[in-house]
Write a protein of this length. Structure first.
Ligand code: UFG
Length: 395
């Protein structure tokens, strides 16, 4: 195939140079400080005053913004490519923002060439399970067809490394018992068109790895939660449907009480079990996936979770503990498409990426999420809660 821009093998070359550098450092390089610094910059491709560029599609969104921050802190230049349909301009703080749609292959080719992009992390996509049930065609267009455009643009430019934002939704409940953890080779039985499209996009990417030598990692997130401990970025969905922000709102805000969706599941307290993983742990895993020494042609799907399931009521209790006040909730009927239990077996990611969740205790997740929710910098009217008085403060 005729290449439209030449990024060929640059990533492989950088990785090779880094390997050489590590060896030389281990052997005791013995260079004067200034010379060592210059050598490091050349070896790492930072000789133009900035690190290698990584295209982050959907980088104005929740997990994308946290990953852009992690990339920047490691010396990369995150080039955020986002149509701002659900992301926030204010979340892009660590590199340039290019407004564009992933379906626009020509624009992607231009951006990859202009920024000398060397790897892509693809977050952009639709995530609302309920909306996917009502509007499956939209999800196939955005999550599958547009991903195909991105893959073609990468191939035209010779970019050979992709990290894809996938989901535990590819598993559904399948034939699993409620307390069983899920390994990557577990049965795939998506319970929604959202899960179907993530699964289909993985197949498409795997085929391109086999056919064209692309190296790709599909990271299957379990339940992303929490916020950057510094408070600059956090979770902001419109409308918000996720448990932790809604439970915090029920404890702190003057919003609606939480409805717990079902207490008749085959789980210890009857409510659904999920594996909540701190968004900064997810960001670290993306960095590890970008840098992992996988060979050309490898497609590696990896679960990102803690290996521990928490029930909805356990989450509510953690929120009450951290807030120091009760969360108003009632038990309602089940929500359509909710599997009783989704808990990762993260052993493969730990082995291949040298990664492990480090900030994902429920209390740390809730504390960081609550700090953000008390003063979000962007999002639905920067959801400022009018904090209800504690019961002890009421006369
Ligand atoms: N829940 C409630 N009340 C609410 C909201 C949620 O009881 O108001 C319950 C749900 O029934 C579920 C749990 O809280 O048992 C977590 O629900 P979330 O909506 O926070 O998250 P989901 O597990 O439905 O989905 C998330 C992502 C999906 C991803 C999935 C993978 O939103 O994109 O995790 O585990 F596919």
């Amino acid at each position: 195939m005729q290449r439209d821009c030449d990024q060929r093998d640059r990533w492989g070359q950088s990785a090779h140079n880094l390997g050489l550098l590590r060896t030389r450092l281990k052997q005791g390089l013995g260079l004067p400080a200034r010379e060592l610094d210059a050598t490091l910059r050349i070896y790492c491709g930072m000789d133009q005053g900035r690190g290698p560029a990584v295209l982050v599609t959907g980088g104005a969104g929740y997990i994308g913004a946290h990953t852009a921050k992690a990339l920047h802190s490691r010396g990369y230049t995150p080039v955020v490519y986002d149509n701002l349909s659900s992301g926030f301009r204010a979340a892009v703080q660590w590199g340039p923002l290019v407004e564009g749609d992933v379906a626009d292959e020509e624009r992607l080719v231009g951006v990859i060439g202009a920024h000398r992009v060397q790897a892509v992390i693809h977050f952009a996509g639709l995530i609302e399970v309920g909306r996917s049930v009502a509007n499956p065609d939209l999800f196939w267009q955005v999550n599958v067809a547009a991903t195909c455009s991105l893959l073609t643009a990468m191939r035209r430019c010779g970019v050979g490394r992709l990290v894809f934002s996938s989901s535990a939704a590819v598993y559904g409940q399948g034939g699993r018992g409620p307390m069983e953890t899920i390994a990557e080779d577990a049965e795939k039985a998506p319970a929604s068109p959202y899960g179907d499209t993530k699964h289909a996009a993985e197949w498409m990417i795997a085929a391109q790895c086999r056919a064209y030598g692309l190296t790709a990692v599909a990271l299957r997130y379990f339940n992303a939660a929490g916020a950057d401990p510094g408070g600059a970025i956090g979770e902001a969905h419109e409308p918000e449907t996720h448990l932790i922000p809604l439970a915090i709102s029920a404890a702190l805000g003057d919003g609606k009480p939480l409805t717990v969706f079902g207490q008749d599941f085959d789980t210890p307290d009857g409510t659904c079990l999920r594996d909540y993983i701190h968004v900064t742990d997810l960001a670290a895993a993306h960095l590890a996936a970008v840098e992992a020494p996988f060979a050309p042609g490898v497609f590696e799907p990896l679960n990102l979770g803690t290996g521990h399931g928490r029930s909805v009521l356990e989450v509510v209790k953690a929120v009450e503990r951290v807030a120091g006040r009760p969360a108003r909730y009632s038990i309602g009927p089940r929500r359509e498409g909710d599997p009783p239990s989704l808990v990762a077996n993260p052993a493969r990611a730990e082995k291949l990426l040298g990664w492990r969740a480090a900030h994902s205790s429920l209390d740390e997740i809730v504390a960081d999420a609550m700090r953000w929710e008390r003063g979000p910098r962007y999002g639905a009217g920067a959801r400022q809660f009018r904090v209800r008085p504690r019961p002890s403060e009421v006369a």
